[in-house]
Design a protein around this ligand. Sequence first.
Ligand code: 13P
Length: 251
Amino acid sequence: MKKLIAGNWKMNGSLAANEALLAALAQGMDAAPACDMAVCVPAPYLASVQAQKAGNPNLAALAVGAQDVSAHAVGAFTGEVSAAMLKEFDCRYVIVGHSERRQYHHESDALVADKAKAALAAGITPIVCVGETLAEREAGHTEEVVKRQLAAVIHANGHCISEIVVAYEPVWAIGTGKTASPEEAQSVHAVLRAQLKAATDQFARVRILYGGSMNAANAASLLVQPDIDGGLIGGAALKADDFLKIIAAAQ
Ligand code: 13P
């Protein structure tokens, strides 16, 4: 299984900054990379990112994704963006259930599961984020939390579950500079793998990414773990050199 290195730009960037970042990535990108690559950009920039990609063959292997999607198909849902709309902009992936959305927008496990379903129905691969807070980890509830979050998605999506990507993002490691140690991450990834195995005989197709302060210095030691199939990168994805080094570490 090829590893997947996905950047989550979060609410960062501008037309000019994105153009410069993608141009710098294009310069350092291998024409036939050994891993899959993606950038998940703010929705208003999907068109400009796709246009730049179309004009630069070096960016051909870089997939484009979004950071959220509505669970609804169409209608009176002001401010929301549907999976069909994302598909029109050639989104290959969409992040669902990022901890920032669970935390600041009160997204429930059931809503996240419905968002994953909406993405799958439109032919977009959801990158389903799961992860425990520091309080949950310290209380010894890590496994229980991530299993509950993934179970909701499995329950809502049945056999389609083999088409998703999972991202384990411990909340305490996001944007803090504190990474889970490779062993800590691996042990949670193994739990998630076992849960997927019990849900589908196609479990080997599902990539489980690690996210949370992954950077150029620690990527290799995380990516070498048997159940870490890639990374979901926040801050380091905004710096071309760092993102390219993480991609190189995944080859
Ligand atoms: P950082 O890499 O900035 O910690 O963010 C991780 C993340 O939330 C990716 O979705």
